[in-house]
Every structure is written in structure tokens, then in C-alpha cells.
Design a protein around this ligand. Structure first.
Ligand code: TXA
Ligand code: MG
Length: 328
């Protein structure tokens, strides 16, 4: 099933291999690497040529902005032209971690990163391999790593290195790398916060919740209704497996079923995951959807978790998955 990759697949990353990957980045290679949310497909964020390859490999429209990953909040000044006080507070409280801030860009953030917008998305990821790679890259003069989720456009984000290989392995080159850092601990993409206004606004739900943002910033989070910012995760059809996803339904015989562990599997249904908590639900969500596709299951019935915070982020992704797949 799994498409072979030409890239170098590294299972036991040492400091030396991270240095090697950082050097490759500098030469224009792509490095797929683990983060605590999902795996990213990284390129040198100041190289238009390297970044162009991300769009090719993902099959993603090139006017979609990319998140720049940085080693610490000390790098914020390089990439931004204006930093509201509340953004500094959010960075101190939640970085390294599953939060992306959209801020006014500096001259370093070119149009090929921002999709021509005057803002740039920035994140310090928490995975030790991601931080190791970012620090190795910084040592040799790297300013940041542009990295979208390492999936083909519109499809489910990969949460393991094997899923990365299946998704995009065939499009990578022998000079590229896939770094294996085990299954992602959070499992859904970072919370994206627009920090260009007097108060923060959530553009994409994630593990950093509205309540956490309000507590850290001391500000009310504004509503996202009049959202005019381009966030590809906001496209109607996104995060979709091949299988049809039906929400709040019990599975028929032969169909896939995903629900918290206390909900029994309907007779004849194929249980895809039995998470016992909302955290575990997030962690197993994408691998469960992938498992359904790998088994050729046509339809998945899903009972989403209830509640706020991460449960809201999971319901958001499932709602999009239920709207079906992008035609590409
Ligand atoms: O958890 C994550 O955020 C993962 C890991 C790899 O860090 N990355 C990720 O990247 O999910 P991606 O490209 O799949 O989704 C990032 C979203 C896109 O929908 C993009 O449109 C939005 O962030 N974005 C990036 N820069 C932006 C900006 N300047 N303004 C508005 N949205 C932006
Ligand atoms: Mg994505």
C-alpha cells in the first residue's frame, strides 16, 4: 500500500543527523519533521526555490500562506514589524507549543511565505526533534523553517512519519529527509491566533483554547464570524479522508466507527479507535481516518466528543471531514 519514498528516512535521529538535515535545508532540501501537533514539511523560509517545492509536493495553491517555525520567541523580532503586548504574553505562556500567531510581517517574510499578505504566521513547536532541527539550522544562519502539514492539499494531516511517507514520499527527492519522531502527542493542528488587532482572534481551533488565550492576554477573544483572512484550514472541504464521514450516527455493519471508548461498537461495524479521553481522541483522530482508507472502508460513522476546548477543535475538523474531499 505504502508508496516508496526516495527521501532519506531517519528513525533514530542523533544530534549529528539533525545537523545534517539542517545543512540539507540550507541547500534547498525539504525536511519532513515531527511536531507535537502533526508532522510538517519544512523548507528554508527565506528561499523562494525551496518553498516553491513545498507547494509542488503538496499540490497546494501557491497563494496560501505558510507558517514559519522558529526556535524561540527571540526570533519574533526578525519576522515581525509590530508586536502587541498581548502577543508577547501568549508567546511566553504557550511556546514552545501548539499555537501559531499571525503578526504584521517584517521585510524578511516575503510574499512567497505570506501569500502576498502583510502578515506572517509564526510558531515555536514543542517536539524535541523540531526544536533540535530549528536550533541546528539557526547555528548555520537559518532564520526559520516554513512548514505546512506534510499532507497533500485538502487531505488528512499526518501524525506519524509512516503516514508522511505514504502521503508525499513519492514526491520527495534523495536529498530530502523524513525525520521519525514517533506519533504526534496532540494530534490536531495548532491554534491559529490573529494578533494584528487590539485583541486576539482565533482563526483555527486547536489545543490552546479560547479560555487559555483570554487568561494569558487578559483580553476578550473577538469573534471569528467576519473572518476575511485566508486560512486554508478554513476552506469548506478539508481534512478529509477518502471515506465518507457521517457525524452523530451509529455505524452499519461493514462501516467504520469512531467514538469515545464508553460507546459500544455497533454489531458488525469496524472500530477504528476507542479513545478514553478527549486528548486521546485528538491524538488518534487522523490515524483512525487513515486506517479507514487503508482498509478500503467506504463510510465512517463518528460520534464526536462533547465539550469546549480541544473537543471543539476535534468537532471542527470532523465537520470539515464530513463535507468531503477536495477534488484534487
Ligand atoms: O500545527 C500546525 O500548525 C502544523 C505544524 C506542522 O506546525 N502546521 C500546519 O500548517 O497546520 P498548514 O499550512 O497545514 O496550516 C497552516 C494554516 C494555513 O491554513 C494557512 O492558510 C494559515 O495557517 N496561515 C499561515 N500564515 C497565515 C497568515 N499570515 N495569515 C492567515 N493565515 C495564515
Ligand atoms: Mg494543513
Amino acid at each position: 500500500m505504502s508508496a516508496p519514498t526516495n527521501a532519506q528516512f531517519l528513525s533514530n535521529c542523533t544530534v549529528d543527523s539533525l545537523d545534517q538535515a539542517a545543512l540539507a535545508l540550507q541547500k534547498g532540501a525539504l525536511i519532513a519533521f515531527p511536531t507535537e501537533t502533526v508532522y510538517g514539511l519544512g523548507a528554508d523560509a527565506v528561499s523562494s526555490k525551496a518553498v516553491a517545492r513545498i507547494y509542488e509536493v503538496k499540490g497546494r495553491p501557491s497563494d496560501h500562506p505558510l507558517i514559519v517555525h522558529i526556535p524561540s520567541l527571540d526570533s519574533l523580532d526578525i519576522w515581525t514589524s509590530d508586536l502587541p503586548v498581548y502577543a508577547i504574553s501568549l508567546a511566553r505562556d504557550f511556546w514552545p507549543g501548539p499555537m501559531t500567531m499571525v503578526l504584521p510581517r517584517s521585510d524578511v517574510a516575503k510574499d512567497f511565505i505570506t501569500g502576498g499578505q502583510d502578515t506572517v504566521g509564526l510558531r515555536v513547536p514543542a517536539h524535541p526533534l523540531a526544536l533540535g532541527l530549528l536550533n541546528s539550522f539557526k547555528k548555520i544562519g537559518g532564520l526559520g523553517i516554513a512548514a505546512p502539514s506534510a499532507n497533500r492539499f485538502g487531505q488528512v494531516s499526518p501524525t506519524t512519519a509512516q503516514a508522511v511517507e505514504e502521503e508525499i514520499g513519492q514526491y520527495l527527492m534523495p536529498t530530502d529527509f523524513i525525520l521519525d519522531g514517533g506519533p504526534a502527542l496532540v494530534g490536531v493542528e495548532s491554534t491559529i491566533i490573529d494578533c494584528t488587532q487590539p485583541s486576539p482572534r482565533i482563526l483555527r481551533l486547536g489545543a490552546i483554547t479560547k479560555e487559555m488565550i483570554e487568561t494569558s492576554s487578559g483580553l476578550k477573544v473577538t469573534d471569528n464570524e467576519a473572518n476575511d483572512v485566508r486560512v486554508s484550514g478554513s476552506l469548506e472541504k478539508h481534512y478529509s479522508p477518502k471515506a465518507k464521514v457521517i457525524l452523530d450516527a451509529l455505524a452499519e455493519s461493514g462501516e467504520g466507527f469512531l467514538a469515545l471508548s464508553f460507546i459500544p461498537t455497533p454489531r458488525g461495524a469496524i472500530r477504528l479507535a476507542s479513545p478514553s479521553s478527549v486528548d486521546e481522541y485528538a491524538r488518534t483522530l487522523y490515524s483512525a481516518l487513515r486506517a479507514a482508507d487503508a482498509q478500503g472502508i467506504a463510510q465512517i460513522a463518528v460520534i464526536p466528543p462533547e465539550g469546549d476546548g480541544l473537543a471543539l477543535a476535534i468537532r471542527d475538523r470532523l465537520l470539515r471531514a464530513s463535507r468531503g474531499r477536495d477534488s484534487q
